[in-house]
Design a binder for this molecule. Structure first.
Ligand code: NAD
Length: 500
C-alpha cells in the first residue's frame, strides 16, 4: 500500500484536495513508496492566509524569544537525526552519512539564526542635528516563501526558513515534490519546538503551486534554489509581481590543477567532490582542468582506477561511496549526456552507463564515468550534467585554465589546486565565480558567511544566509527625531534641510 503524504498548514497535516498527485520513489528499489498531493492555488492560498494570521504576533515577539524557538528546534532535529537521515536517504538516494551532513549543514544555519537578534539591531546617531537623533530598525517583511530543489531537502529549506522566521517573518515552503517528507517533518518539529501554528507552512506541489506563490500579492519575498531555467523564470515572474526575489540556479564547477599541486590530494578531492551524492550537488566538481598535457596524462592515469572502483550501493550500505540517482528520468538524462559526450568527440575513459547492482536492478543506479579531452565548444561542457560524471578539459597554461570558469555561463563554485600563493591569490581575485576554494574542493561557505553564485548561477543580488540573508528577509526603517529645547519653534523651511 502506497502512503499518501499531506501538506502542513496552520500547524497541522492537511490532506491534499486538488485531486492531483505525484509519485515519490524509493530510488534504491525503483518503486513508488508514496504519493504526494500537488497543491491547488486554493491550498497555497490557505497556507498564505495561515501565515498572514500568524504574522502580527510572531513579528511582535521579542527577537530573543524567537531565537529560543530556533534553539529548541535545533535540539529536536539533533534528537531525531537518525530518523530524519533515513527518511531523507530513502527518498533522495544519498548515503546515510551524507544525509546527516545535509541535515547538519541546515542546522548550522539554525545555529546562526539563534544569534539573529544581534543582526536585527539598528544603528543610532545621537545629535545628528540640533536636538535631532536618528535611528534605524530592521523589520520583517511579512509572509515570505521558499521554493526548494530535490538535492538538499533538509539544508536548503533550513537555509531559508531558519533566517526568515528568526527575523520575524512567517513562511510558506514549497519543497521539491520528489522528496518532500523531510521538509514536512521539519515543520512538525518546529511546532514541537514551540513555533506557533502558521509560522512555518509546507505545501507540496508543482508549477501550479509555484505560479500561485509568485503571483500572490500577500507574499513579499521569494527565495528559490533549483535549475537555472526555472530560477530565471521565478526571478522574472516574482519581480514582475513586485516581490523581492533571490533565485539560485545550476552550476558547472571547475577545478584548476597546477603542476605544483599535491596530486594525491587532488585525486582524493576530485573523487569525493565529483562523485559524492552521485554528483547531484550544485557545488560538485564537474570539470577538472589540469595545466599541461603531462599533468593531464598523469591525472587520468590516477583517476581511472579510482573511478572504476567506486562503490555504488544502496544508501543504507555504510561502505557505499554514493547511492542511486533521484529518479529514473534524471538517471536517463545523465546517461543521455554521456552518449552526447561520445558523439561530440570526448574520450570516455570510464563508462558507467551499464552499471547494474545485483538485487536492485530496478534502482536508479549509474556507475561513475570519466571523460577526457572535453573541449569548451561541446554541449556537455557548456551544460550542467548533475550526475556521477567528471570531465577533464586540458589546458596548456595557467592563463588559459583560469579563463575557463570566468567565461562559462555558470559561476557557482570553483577550485584551484596549487602551492603557489601568488597564482592562487590572483586567481581568487580575478575569477568570475561566486565561491572559490584554494586547495578546497567544495567551498560551501559556513552559515555565518553567505552562499551564492554569479552569472547564470544566481538571479537577484542577495545571497543565502549570513548577514546577507538577514538583509534579504528584512527591510530597514530610519527614524529621525527632534525634541526642540524649551518648545522653541523654528518656522517653515522651504529648502531641503542640510548640515551646512
Ligand atoms: P528544479 O528546477 O527542477 O526544481 C526546483 C524547484 O522548482 C522545485 O521545487 C520544483 O517543484 C520547481 N519547479 C520545477 N519545474 C518547475 C516549473 N516548470 N515551473 C515552476 N516551478 C518548477 O531543480 P531540481 O532538479 O529539484 O534541483 C537540481 C538543480 O538545482 C540543479 O540545477 C542544481 O544545480 C540546482 N541547485 C542549485 C543550488 C544553488 O545554490 N545554486 C543548490 C542546489 C541545487
Amino acid at each position: 500500500m502506497v502512503r499518501e503524504l499531506t501538506h502542513f498548514i496552520n500547524g497541522r497535516h492537511v490532506k491534499g484536495t486538488s485531486g492531483r498527485f505525484g509519485d515519490v520513489y524509493n530510488p534504491t528499489t525503483g518503486e513508488v513508496q508514496a504519493k504526494t498531493p500537488f497543491a491547488s492555488a486554493a491550498e497555497v492560498r490557505s497556507a498564505v492566509e495561515a501565515a498572514q494570521r500568524a504574522f502580527p504576533e510572531w513579528s511582535a515577539q521579542n527577537p530573543q524569544k524567537r531565537a529560543r524557538v530556533m534553539f529548541n528546534f535545533k535540539t529536536l532535529v539533533e534528537k531525531n537525526m537518525d530518523e530524519l537521515a533515513a527518511m531523507l536517504s530513502s527518498e533522495h538516494g544519498k548515503v546515510i552519512a551524507d544525509s546527516k551532513g545535509d541535515i547538519q549543514r541546515g542546522l548550522e544555519v539554525i545555529e546562526f539564526a539563534c544569534g539573529i537578534p544581534h543582526l536585527m539591531k539598528g544603528e543610532y546617531t545621537e545629535g545628528a542635528g540640533p536636538g535631532i537623533d536618528m535611528y534605524s530598525m530592521r523589520q520583517p517583511l511579512g509572509v515570505v516563501a521558499g521554493i526548494t530543489p530535490f538535492n538538499f531537502p533538509a539544508m536548503i529549506p533550513m537555509w531559508m526558513f531558519g533566517v526568515a522566521i528568526a527575523c520575524g517573518n512567517t513562511f510558506v515552503c514549497k519543497p521539491s515534490e520528489k522528496d518532500p517528507s523531510v521538509p514536512l517533518r521539519l515543520a512538525e518539529l518546529f511546532m514541537e519546538a514551540g513555533g506557533p501554528a502558521g509560522v512555518l507552512n509546507v505545501v507540496v506541489g508543482d508549477k501550479e503551486a509555484v505560479d500561485t506563490i509568485l503571483k500572490d500579492p500577500d507574499i513579499k519575498a521569494v527565495s528559490f534554489v533549483g535549475s537555472t531555467a526555472i530560477a530565471e523564470y521565478v526571478y522574472m515572474t516574482g519581480t514582475a509581481h513586485g516581490k523581492r526575489v533571490q533565485a539560485m540556479g545550476g552550476a558547472k564547477n571547475h577545478a584548476i590543477i597546477m603542476p605544483d599541486a599535491d596530486l594525491d590530494q587532488v585525486v582524493d578531492d576530485l573523487i569525493g567532490a565529483g562523485y559524492g551524492s552521485a554528483g547531484e550537488r550544485c557545488m560538485a566538481i564537474s570539470v577538472a582542468v589540469p595545466v599541461t598535457d603531462k599533468l593531464g596524462d598523469e591525472l587520468v592515469r590516477r583517476l581511472k582506477p579510482r573511478v572504476e572502483s567506486l562503490k555504488v550501493a544502496p544508501s543504507t550500505d555504510p561502505d557505499a561511496n554514493y547511492g542511486p540517482l533521484v529518479t529514473r528520468e534524471h538517471r536517463d538524462k545523465v546517461k543521455g549526456y554521456i552518449d552526447m559526450g561520445l558523439k561530440e568527440g570526448a574520450e570516455l575513459v570510464v563508462d558507467g552507463r551499464d552499471f547494474r547492482l545485483q538485487g536492485y536492478e530496478k534502482g536508479f543506479f549509474l556507475g561513475g564515468s570519466l571523460f577526457d579531452k572535453v573541449t569548451p565548444n561541446m554541449c556537455t561542457y557548456q551544460e550542467e550534467i548533475f550526475g556521477p560524471v567528471l570531465q577533464i578539459t586540458r589546458s596548456k597554461t595557467f592563463e588559459e585554465a583560469a579563463s575557463l570558469p570566468s567565461k562559462h555561463q555558470y559561476g557557482n563554485g570553483v577550485a584551484i589546486y596549487t602551492r603557489d600563493g601568488d597564482a592562487a591569490r590572483e586567481f581568487a581575485s580575478k575569477v568570475q565565480v561566486g565561491m572559490v576554494g584554494i586547495n578546497v574542493p567544495i567551498p560551501v561557505p559556513l552559515a555565518y558567511h553567505t552562499f551564492g553564485g554569479w552569472k547564470r548561477s544566481a538571479f537577484g543580488d542577495a545571497n543565502q544566509h549570513g548577514p546577507e540573508g538577514v538583509r534579504f528577509f528584512t527591510k530597514i526603517k530610519t527614524v529621525t527625531t527632534r525634541w526642540p529645547k524649551g518648545g522653541v519653534r523654528e518656522g517653515s523651511s522651504f529648502v531641503i534641510p542640510t548640515m551646512k
